[in-house]
Design a protein around this ligand. Structure first.
Ligand SMILES: C[S@@+](CC[C@H](N)C(=O)[O-])C[C@H]1O[C@@H](n2cnc3c(N)ncnc32)[C@H](O)[C@@H]1O
Length: 270
């Protein structure tokens, strides 16, 4: 492992990631409710490219779990309570990718592993269309797409349902006042833990060093997870060397071009 796990020397503001920034304020019911409304994404209105537009044509409809464009646009996930049954082979290992962006790497993974089923969830409409188009070009039969918030979706799935949850280059929410929007938090990871099968994997990657150490600290603090690589002598979870099976993503490329290091984090459900 190359990472120096002394968090305090690595954080931009030279302090330990303060996980209490991430806790719901339990002082009042009102505060608890406002915590619940905090989202990990900012819905962007972006230009729909030609491929993204094409991806919403009828010939790609099979890639979408939701029945029509209005439901996709509304990010309406009502009634999606089982991901396995979306596939011809529900017994195959199931991967859920949260925030697949434009979908290039998800489609590549789907193509490379036809023995697995993949579900991607995004809130970014152009990404959903683009991913459906790319999946159609590759003729994938093991990929389904959902428009909506991954946390809400996972809350309505059965426990012990998914083999792998992957989160590649999540929004880093770098300002301290935004840390509570980070996807990796004790509360959100408890939601992930519930839907993972025993020995199921949570795999994240980030190009933001502070967030990388934050992820390790959050996941080390949860007794339901064990670091898949091992621990340092100080009992801190290790980073995973970049695995070959994870294709380069758009945001990873951007991070590398801007001179940032890449960190992979992998934990198993006990
Ligand atoms: C920084 S982008 C990374 C995209 C892609 N994984 C990559 O590496 O190029 C993060 C993506 O996560 C999505 N996202 C964030 N929170 C989400 C959530 N709760 N549910 C679904 N998608 C989410 C955002 O819409 C955004 O497209």
């Amino acid at each position: 492992m190359t990472a120096d796990l002394n968090i305090s020397s690595q954080t931009p503001d030279n302090h330990q990631p303060d996980l209490t920034q991430n806790q719901p304020d339990q002082a009042s019911e009102q505060n608890t409710q406002s915590w619940r409304a905090i989202q990990t994404f900012m819905k962007r209105k972006t230009h729909m490219g030609k491929k993204a537009e094409a991806g919403f044509r009828a010939e790609y409809a099979d890639f979408f779990v939701q029945p029509d464009l209005a439901t996709v646009q509304a990010m309406d996930i009502e009634g999606i309570t089982d991901l396995r049954q979306l596939f011809a082979h529900p017994e195959n290992p199931l991967t859920l990718e949260i925030g697949f962006g434009m979908g290039t790497s998800l489609v590549e993974m789907g193509k490379a592993a036809p023995e697995r089923n993949f579900v991607g969830i995004e809130v970014h409409e152009a990404g959903l269309g683009n991913c459906a188009f790319l999946a159609g070009e590759q003729g994938l039969t093991n990929l389904k797409l959902i428009s909506g918030d991954a946390i809400s979706l996972m809350k309505q799935l059965p426990a012990d349902h998914i083999d792998t949850v992957q989160l590649y280059f999540p929004d880093p929410w770098q300002k301290k006042r935004h840390y509570k929007r980070r996807f990796v938090s004790p509360e959100r990871m408890a939601v992930v833990e519930r839907v993972l099968k025993q020995d199921g994997v949570f795999h994240a990657a980030t190009d933001w060093e502070h967030y990388a150490h934050w992820m390790i600290e959050v996941l080390d603090s949860l007794p339901g997870f064990v670091n898949a690589v091992g621990q340092t002598a100080d009992g801190i979870g290790e980073f995973l060397p970049r695995p070959d099976f994870r294709p380069l993503t758009k945001f990873e490329k951007r991070g590398i071009n801007e001179g940032r290091a890449i960190f992979d984090v992998m934990y198993r459900k006990r």
